[in-house]
Design a protein around this ligand. Structure first.
Ligand code: ADP
Length: 764
């Protein structure tokens, strides 16, 4: 009866922990006891705590902790055996409360399927209140309670698990919806069981659910699904089908497809996914994740195109334009023919503009050259305009140029400074102040990039995308800046190439003129030489005849001689002057002929060992005869100054230096000649007290036909052609020697040359 009553209670109070407390209450009542308690082993712990209590022990229920194997409950739990205590003062207790307030008890283990889960004890304030016969009854109650507690526990666990599962589902749902990639879960027939917000958006379907509830075969009829190359993809190889047949598409197995959305737009998707299996491993569904890679693929394509175009630009840099004359061949056509040049420049600029529009992907590109010296603007290319617009554009540009438009004219000084500093920027033409300016080409956003070569502005590149205002990305701006830079290099290189070609042409033309001149000199020299030789010879002959006549006159009657002599004397002077003039002209012609020989490589040297002391002394002696009133000092070394040289030519060199020294200094100034041996060379030095030569002129005195401005012939006679020093240098250098001059205005000059010293012991 008691058990029945308890069972009823159990049915009435299913919910925990009410049930257990009621059971305990009934038990206490039935046993006429004062206290009843249930202790359970805490999870993974080595002690028991009070789970439920009816009676005074309630007061301490929170604090009680009974170690397993100790005290009343700990012993019952550990031994799984009932315990009857008649007098609590005689047994050890874990909970002192029991001993203080109660005297006897009966306790039994709580066991479920042979596993102890805790202990139950019923207590009385009186000693020996319970007897052995009570044990089976209390144990029977305890068995029921154990089951109830265990069920309650399981129920709680199940509840907790369900709550957690729900929380997880909510979490997964939130993630599922928040994912930016489209996610589809499909059943075996390819019907869409679930899809997230991104999936709806991706497909742009008005009634996506209705459409996707259809089996895949049906859907395949309505959708164009293409592979990465744009070929139609049969439904049985759609990624979903592959997943449903067990494939896992992840990482590099991701599949690229293109689908046509309901609005007709093509979307490129990268699809990954995996099958969902039930416990038995059978595939029940598929989950596929679709990432919209349209932009990325487009970007990749653009990057590839840009790279190709950039490569072409680089190619332009390294290959010479086909129509640019390769130096010598058509140089003459370039020189003086200015009209040829802009055509080349324009073709290159046009090519550059086309490449720029390809690289940047813009609609229109204009290129203006900036002349470095004058900063004049000069339009050189435009692409992307209609033929009418282009005609108009060029007309406008030519008009600006005719007005002498310069870089920065009328522009915002801030922008001018930015361009100079190499910055690329955009102008919103729909905003003030630009929206008030005439805009015949309907530009909305204009990008302006400086073209600079070696830090100098050589051009301006402008471009626009046409259509509605275009927000340029930092990448586009950077790319355009780089393209403009590259373009500047191409243009500048082209300009330099042309300049080089022109310079080379000038050099060639000069050489040509020189050559013509040399051959003229050669011919003319010989033509002049013959009559000169004749006139020198004739004047000498005339002189001798006159001298013979004079001698004959002396033998005549004194009065006759006196009459004739005054008539003959002026004749003698006349003939003398004639012969000097003829000799001087002869020397000039000799110089011209020498130059002609040098130029044509016909200057021949008859080398022989000779002592420079002797040679120089002879030249000095000869000059002393010609200039008896000049002071000519000579210093020679004691040892032989031997060289291997052509005595006539080296003599000519010494004569040139010496006659210059005499010629360019006043007739009362001395000229000093010195021969010395120095460091393996024989040096001849000629010093004068003439006007001196400025430092910047000194290197040029050795050039052909060069004469130092301001230096006049001071004594003696004869105009110079500016050839003597040139011939001297040629002669000396042909002997392996060197020439030089040290001079300063006002202090005179020392001209010198040196020849390799020929050691007599070593001469073979
Ligand atoms: P030139 O026949 O004119 O003298 P050179 O070739 O001998 O030709 O000399 C070139 C020029 O160098 C001369 O015209 C003169 O201006 C300058 N020059 C040569 N020697 C001297 C000198 N000793 N003092 C000053 N100037 C000189």
């Amino acid at each position: 009866m008691a058990l029945d009553e308890l069972s009823r209670t159990a049915l009435e109070h299913f919910a925990q922990p009410d049930l257990v407390r009621h059971l305990l209450g009934r038990l206490r009542q039935m046993m006429a006891a004062d206290n009843a308690a249930i202790l359970l082993a805490a999870d993974n712990a080595d002690y028991l705590t009070i789970y439920s209590v009816e009676g005074p022990e309630e007061e301490v229920s929170e604090q009680v902790r009974v170690p397993i194997g100790e005290g009343v409950a700990g012993t019952i739990y550990a031994t799984q055996a009932p315990l009857l205590v008649d007098d609590l003062t005689t047994v050890p207790v874990a909970n002192p409360f029991l001993r203080e307030h109660l005297r006897s008890l009966i306790g039994v283990p709580l066991v479920v399927h042979g596993r102890a889960i805790g202990a139950l004890h019923v207590d009385s304030v009186r000693p020996s209140h319970f007897n052995k016969d009570d044990v089976p009854f209390v144990q029977a109650i305890a068995n029921r309670i154990a089951l109830a507690v265990d069920h309650a526990r399981l129920y709680q666990l199940a509840q907790a698990a369900r709550h957690e599962a729900e929380a997880r589902t909510r979490q997964v749902d939130a993630i599922f919806e928040a994912m930016t990639d489209a996610v589809f879960v499909m059943d075996r027939e390819g019907r869409v069981l679930r899809m997230n917000a991104a999936a709806h958006k991706l497909l742009g379907l008005a009634e996506p659910d209705e459409y996707y509830a259809r089996p895949i075969q049906e859907r395949s009829l309505a959708t164009a699904t293409l592979d990465a190359e744009g070929h139609p993809l049969p439904a049985d190889v759609w990624p979903t089908q592959r997943i449903l047949s067990g494939e896992v598409l992840t990482g590099d197995k991701a599949v690229d497809i293109t689908v046509r959305r309901s609005d007709g737009e093509l979307v490129m998707l990268a699809i990954t996914g995996a099958p969902i299996r039930d416990e038995s491993g059978a595939i029940v569904a598929s989950v596929s994740i679709c990432r919209d890679v349209t932009e990325r693929r487009k970007l990749e394509l653009r990057t590839r195109e840009s790279l190709d175009a950039l490569l072409q630009m680089a190619q332009t840099l390294v290959t010479l334009p086909a129509d640019l004359p390769a130096a010598a061949d058509s140089l003459t056509s370039l020189v003086g023919e200015e009209s040829e040049q802009p055509a080349v420049e324009h073709r290159i600029a046009h090519q550059l503009a086309v490449l720029t529009s390809e690289v940047v992907g813009c609609q229109r590109v204009g290129i203006m050259a900036v002349k470095p010296e004058t900063e004049r603007l000069h339009a050189i290319a435009v692409v992307g305009l209609t033929p009418e617009q282009e005609t108009r554009w060029w007309a406008e540009q030519r008009q600006h140029e005719a007005q002498g438009a310069r870089f920065g004219d009328g522009a915002d000084p801030d922008q001018v400074a930015r361009l100079r500093a190499g910055e690329t920027f955009t102008l919103d033409m729909t905003q003030p102040p630009y929206n008030e300016q005439a805009n015949p080409y309907g530009i909305t956003t204009m990008l302006v990039a400086p073209m600079r070569a070696a830090d100098e502005l050589v051009g301006i590149l402008t471009l626009d995308f046409g259509g509605p205002p275009h927000v340029m990305t930092a990448d586009e701006i950077a790319l355009t800046g780089a393209v403009a830079q590259l373009g500047a290099v191409v243009l500048e290189r082209d300009r330099l190439l042309r300049e080089r070609a022109r310079a080379e042409a000038h050099v060639l033309a000069l050489q040509e003129a020189q050559r013509t001149m040399d051959s003229f000199l050669g011919v003319a020299g010989h033509e002049l030489k013959t009559p000169l030789t004749t006139s020198v010879a004739s004047s000498q002959l005339a002189m001798r005849r006159l001298q013979a006549l004079t001698a004959a006159i002396h033998g005549l009657d004194a009065s006759v001689a006196e009459t004739l002599e005054p008539l003959i004397a002026p004749l003698e002077k006349l003939i003398e002057r004639m012969s000097v003039a003829a000799r001087r002209q002869g020397r000039l012609v000799d110089d011209l002929l020498d130059v002609s020989r040098i130029q044509s490589g016909r200057l021949e040297l008859q080398r022989q060992p000779l002592d420079m002391r002797q040679l120089v002394a002879e030249v000095v002696e000869e000059q002393r005869l010609h200039h008896p009133r000049r002071t000519l000092l000579l210093r020679l070394p004691n040892t032989e100054a031997r060289v291997l040289a052509d005595p006539d030519r080296i003599g000519q060199a010494v004569t040139n230096l010496l006659t210059n020294a005499l010629k360019y200094s006043s007739s009362d100034a001395p000229v000093a000649v010195q021969v010395r041996i120095q460091g393996g060379a024989v040096q001849v030095r000629v010093r004068d007290r003439g006007p001196g030569i400025p430092a910047d002129e000194q290197p040029h005195v050795w050039d052909r036909f060069h004469r130092v401005p301001g230096v006049e012939v001071q004594s003696g006679s004869g105009v110079g052609l500016g050839l003597g020093l040139y011939i001297t240098r040629e002669i000396v250098e042909r002997h392996g020697g060197e020439v030089g001059v040290t001079s300063a205005p006002g202090t005179g000059s020392t001209f010198w040359f040196s020849l390799p010293f020929a050691d007599p012991d070593c001469s073979a």
